[in-house]
Design a protein around this ligand. Structure first.
Ligand code: IMP
Ligand code: MG
Length: 177
């Protein structure tokens, strides 16, 4: 591990919580099967682990969005790849790695409803503990974490470190060094 990283959530705790989340979401849907949309790139590891423990999945698809540069949100969302699945009249579960400012989930919930979805729900593995973010954006949250930049388990820094099995805190970027 590099010197500027430290483990925040170990892989064993992640695995336990993902198992619980699959059950919590399943009981919210009460045996009904839904379309799961993962937000790429960050959700791919969480999604792979969650859907394999879930009893509520009918189809799986992806929406690829970009909003970050380095450790900061640009405040704008770019759609890199649209989802293909027909959402008309369907119940949609959105999965993402982390809820930070809420821009991504706000955008995606609206996107899904604009495609004609009957209902929308969102689950995130992580939520940053910060003010002025609408808690209704994610119905299911794995862990609430301090407002720090994290990597691993799908989360990246400029495209790197997504493959790390633990969630790690990365030291803030040093400006103009
Ligand atoms: P939001 O739109 O600000 O809520 O941020 C959500 C998106 O930003 C997530 O899908 C992540 O891809 C990315 N993101 C937010 N915080 C972090 C972080 O600490 N590390 C890596 N990516 C992050
Ligand atoms: Mg993301």
């Amino acid at each position: 591990m590099r010197q500027n990283m430290s483990v925040l959530i170990h892989r064993d705790r992640i695995a336990n919580r993902v198992r619980e989340l699959a059950m919590e979401i399943g009981s919210a849907y009460n045996g009904q099967a839904v379309v799961v949309i993962g937000i790429l790139g960050g959700a791919f590891v969480f999604m792979a682990d969650l859907v394999r423990q879930a009893d509520f999945v009918s189809q799986v698809d992806f929406l690829w969005l970009e909003s970050y540069e380095g450790q900061k949100s640009t405040g704008k969302i770019k759609v890199r790849q649209e989802a293909n699945v027909d959402m008309q009249g369907k119940d949609i579960l959105i999965l993402d790695d982390i809820l930070d400012t809420g821009l991504t989930l706000g955008f995606t919930r609206e996107y899904v409803l604009n495609q004609g979805a009957k209902s929308v729900r969102a689950a995130v593995l992580l939520k940053k503990d910060r003010e002025n973010v609408d808690p209704a954006l994610a119905e299911n949250v794995g862990f609430t974490i301090p407002d720090k930049f994290v990597i691993g388990y799908g989360l990246d820094y400029n495209g790197k470190y997504r493959h790390l099995p633990d969630i790690c805190v990365m030291e803030p970027e040093k400006e103009n060094l």
